[in-house]
Design a protein around this ligand. Structure first.
Ligand code: SF4
Ligand code: SF4
Length: 232
């Protein structure tokens, strides 16, 4: 058997020769040079915002029926499903006699809060919701300077009014029952609903969801203003 070469003796493995040794330091920068010609991954946030993936779990939204009535029935299932105890719901009864109708059914969510200091964006609440009232948007900019500012209230969470909707409270669509709303039989507010709102409706859409007087919505006076200052 031939004797090992001097190189094999010193390192235990053969070396590539003089050219390999010459270019070894330069080859170490190969990844760096290759990266220089690739598409830049850095995003100049917040000037540039990349859209999130379609199923990204961001800020919640309380949805409406096509005539503007709220889908939330105040059942509190979302609050019970939440592992972080981040949701507070207080239901109340709709009342056609006093003009307090916010949802098609018997009950509506009078107070609704989500505490984003606690929320872990797991999505269990939206899975628990029986009416699809609660969903999650792609909005992820939820930083604030105060703890109270991260307790989102119903007026912040409610979906904006779309074309064909009128601001609750107002009666249900003519001749429709609660189930008809969920069967998709209501496509927009009727002229009768619009006329009712014109006569009795609220002036301040931001007040929607607060307890109502006979026809006009009033701000809460119990010091909780949809949970402001409440850190559960
Ligand atoms: S996403 Fe999860 S943690 Fe956040 S409110 Fe819903 S259930 Fe609670
Ligand atoms: S959002 Fe859904 S689960 Fe939560 S109280 Fe309203 S209807 Fe019930």
């Amino acid at each position: 058997m031939a004797d090992p070469t001097p190189t094999q003796k010193s390192s235990g493995a053969p070396k590539g020769g003089v050219f390999s040794d010459l270019f070894a330091p330069i080859a170490g920068f190969g990844v760096t040079f290759a990266t220089m010609f690739r598409k830049v991954a850095t995003v100049q946030y917040p000037e540039e915002k990349r859209p999130a993936q379609p199923r990204f779990h961001g800020r919640h939204q309380l949805n409406r029926h096509p005539d503007g009535l709220e889908k939330c029935v105040g059942c509190e299932l979302c609050a019970w499903a939440c592992p972080a105890d981040a949701i507070l719901v207080e239901g109340a009864s709709n009342n056609d006699q006093t003009g307090e109708r916010y949802s098609p059914g018997e009950r509506y969510g009078r107070v609704y809060q989500i505490n984003y200091l606690r929320c872990i964006f797991c999505g269990l609440c939206i899975e628990a919701c029986p009416t699809r009232a609660l969903t999650m948007t792609n909005e992820y900019e939820l930083a604030d300077h105060s703890r109270a500012g991260l307790i989102f209230t119903k007026d912040q969470l409610l979906a904006p009014l779309q074309a064909g909707m009128v601001q609750p409270p107002h009666p249900m669509a003519d001749g429709m029952e609660e189930r008809d709303y969920f069967l998709g039989k209501v496509s927009q507010a009727t002229p009768a609903q619009q006329a009712w709102v014109d006569e009795h409706g609220v002036d301040d859409p931001a007040a929607a969801g607060a307890p109502a007087g006979p026809h006009r919505i009033a701000k809460r006076e119990d010091g909780i203003r949809h949970g402001q200052g409440v850190d559960r």
